[in-house]
Ligand binder design. Structure first.
Ligand code: BTN
Length: 242
């Protein structure tokens, strides 16, 4: 029986990728895998490098929020990518990641994971995964993109304020899941969509994203940094904008 850890060997033995995760930086605990990935990207880490940690002390969420990552419970992982795309195309990476995560959960745990625009993954209406994409770019070129993936996998409970909105795969599925196996399935899918998903393949990826999205056609409240408003989510355009 192998330990439920995210050690590089546990991941490599389950993937057949030529890019994603070919180099892995493993930490028992780190402040934030995104912050660490940024440092590594600046010092030249190649595209496809993966930073993974058993837990984070300062996990970052979108819009300056915190992301809770207790040691050994979830997946905290950040990929360094250096795609040959323009900055406006960068949101495609987030859409691609959301599809890869939702599909991997569906395949490995047989639970109906859905995407909530732009990039949350929900199970039974509660958040199980968040994606934080950060980019360094010039006006017409992308230097690197960090794709941070946080998944509540074997968490048994959540802080009081998160209880109404968060869940884990274990809570929803009733069994402990191998984190390395799930991460490996995500990396394989990300590689597939990354190799085929830009250019002409993007239409197909967007189609899949729409199938997995739970917001479309529904009333939504848009909460921005400066303003909020109510509306109906009609669709996403080819850049992934709502
Ligand atoms: C969100 O939904 O607000 C995004 C959460 C993203 C969390 C992940 S965990 C791995 C990576 N490192 C971080 O500090 N954040 C992302």
């Amino acid at each position: 029986k192998s330990p439920n850890l995210l050690l590089p060997e546990e991941i490599w033995s389950r993937i057949n990728c030529s890019l994603m995760g070919t180099r892995i930086y493993y930490y028992s605990i780190v402040d934030s895998t995104n912050t660490e990935a940024k440092k590594l990207a600046l010092s030249g880490a190649p595209s496809g490098s993966l930073v993974v940690a058993e837990g984070q002390t300062l996990g970052k969420g979108r819009m300056g929020r915190e992301w809770s990552s207790p040691v050994g419970a979830g997946i905290s992982a950040s990929l360094i990518l250096r795609p040959d795309i323009t900055p406006p195309e960068a949101p495609r990476i987030t859409l691609l990641t959301a599809v890869a995560v939702a599909e991997a959960i569906r395949e490995k745990v047989h639970i109906e994971a859905m995407i909530k625009w732009p990039n949350d993954i929900l199970i039974q209406g509660k958040k199980v995964c968040g994606i934080l994409t950060e980019m360094s770019a010039e006006p017409d070129t992308v230097n690197y993109i960090i794709v941070g993936i946080g998944i509540n996998v074997n968490n048994e409970e959540f802080p009081e304020k998160l209880k109404p909105i968060a869940t884990s795969i274990k809570i929803a599925g009733g069994r402990v899941v191998s984190r390395a196996e799930l991460l490996a399935a995500i990396l394989e899918r990300m590689e597939y969509y990354y190799q085929s998903g830009f250019g002409s393949g993007f239409g197909k990826l967007l189609e899949r994203w729409r199938e997995l999205c739970c917001n479309l056609g529904k009333p939504v409240k848009i909460i921005g940094r400066k303003e909020s408003f109510n509306g109906t989510a009609l669709g996403v355009d080819s850049d992934g904008a709502l």
